[in-house]
Design a protein around this ligand. Structure first.
Ligand code: DAH
Length: 338
């Protein structure tokens, strides 16, 4: 009797553990539970009746085995229940098709941040963003911008030339330099696009200036160019006033002072009155007909305005930075403030 009962216990144990491990869903596991542990018709009841048939001497031994088998099967069932429950909870809580949170890795440099803000503002005024190379040829940096072969702006002491052999000669087109202004991009865009145009270009410029609190040999400009029929200086002033007001957040005043640039006629310096001080922002003017001639535009049909603004200056005003050198020292104590 004892041997039969023990064999029955063993096969119950083996079969139930196998069925528990093989259950692949909570429903399947529930069916296994009913079959092996169910109070009414479960197979555990058959084992219990074997216990009932045992002699009083056999009963304590068999009872101990019975209890051990039952509790092992019960724990295996519980463990499997929690295994099967985990993935369902996880699927409900995490939608893996959603974009994840943006990782916080580093920060945007204040100049990059300012350029992004500039693009947002002028983007709302219908400007698109153009780019051009930082390593330029003489034609785009000077000739096409109406800067004649002998002109102080071409001086080797004012520019970073990479090949100086042809500077100042009639075939000066061969010279290559780090661009000294973003006005080069005006030419590149007009060469490739018919009017009307409304573009900005933001980027680095290079000049061998002595470095101090307000000058650096590398700096950033935003160039703007609008060409269409009937464009006037009033359009220029409106755009710059909207722009300065949007960036500085106050209703600022913009003022023009007469100036000279070879590529604009008339030309102006642009100042902004912000918190009771006039600050210089850059140059601007109406595109010189000679520039239109260089790129094949008809100056009898279209007019246009252009501007070139110093990005560092805006950024320094906005964030009250007093030394331009801070931007390029890569000191994290400075950079993490933005
Ligand atoms: N390129 C000039 C500079 O670097 C700034 C400038 C003046 C740009 C007048 C313009 C302009 O487009 O019309 O000093």
């Amino acid at each position: 009797m004892t041997a039969d009962a023990q064999a029955a216990f063993a096969s119950y144990q083996a079969e139930s553990l196998e069925a528990i491990a093989g259950a692949l869903s909570e429903d399947a596991l529930e069916a296994v539970r009913v079959e092996f542990l169910g109070k009414k018709r479960g197979r555990l009841k058959d084992l219990q009746s074997l216990l009932g048939q045992a002699t009083p001497e056999e009963r304590p031994v068999l009872g101990k085995v019975f209890n051990e088998v039952r509790s092992e099967v019960e724990s295996a069932l519980e463990a499997r229940q929690s295994e099967l429950a985990v993935p369902e909870v996880a699927v409900a809580a995490v939608d893996v098709t959603l974009p994840g949170p943006r990782p916080v890795v580093g920060r945007r440099h204040p100049i990059t941040r300012t350029m992004d803000d500039f693009k947002d503002i002028v983007g709302r005024m219908g400007f698109s963003v153009a780019t051009g190379p930082e390593l330029e040829d003489d034609h785009h940096n000077f000739v096409a911008l109406n800067i004649p072969p002998v002109h102080p702006a071409r001086d080797p002491l004012e520019n970073f030339y990479l090949a100086t052999a042809s500077v100042g000669r009639a075939d000066g087109d061969a010279a290559v330099l780090m661009r000294s202004q973003t006005s080069t991009v005006q030419i590149r865009v007009m060469e490739q696009t018919a009017p009307p145009l409304r573009i900005v270009s933001l980027g680095r410029c290079y000049r061998p200036d002595t470095i101090d609190a307000t000058h650096h040999c590398m700096f950033h400009q935003m160039e703007g160019l609008v060409v269409d029929e009937g464009i006037t200086m009033a359009d220029l002033k409106t755009v710059l006033k909207h722009f300065a007001t949007a960036f500085l957040g106050d209703d600022v005043e913009v003022r023009f002072r007469p100036s000279f640039f070879p590529f604009t006629e008339p030309s102006v310096e642009v100042d902004v009155l912000w918190r009771d001080r006039w600050l210089e922002l850059g140059g601007a003017g109406m595109v010189d007909p000679n520039v239109f001639g260089e790129v094949g535009y008809d100056p009898e049909r279209v007019t246009g305005f252009a501007f070139g603004l110093g990005i560092e200056r805006f950024c320094m005003m906005r964030y009250q930075i007093t030394d331009i050198r801070r931007f390029f020292e890569n000191d994290v104590r400075f950079l993490t403030q933005f």
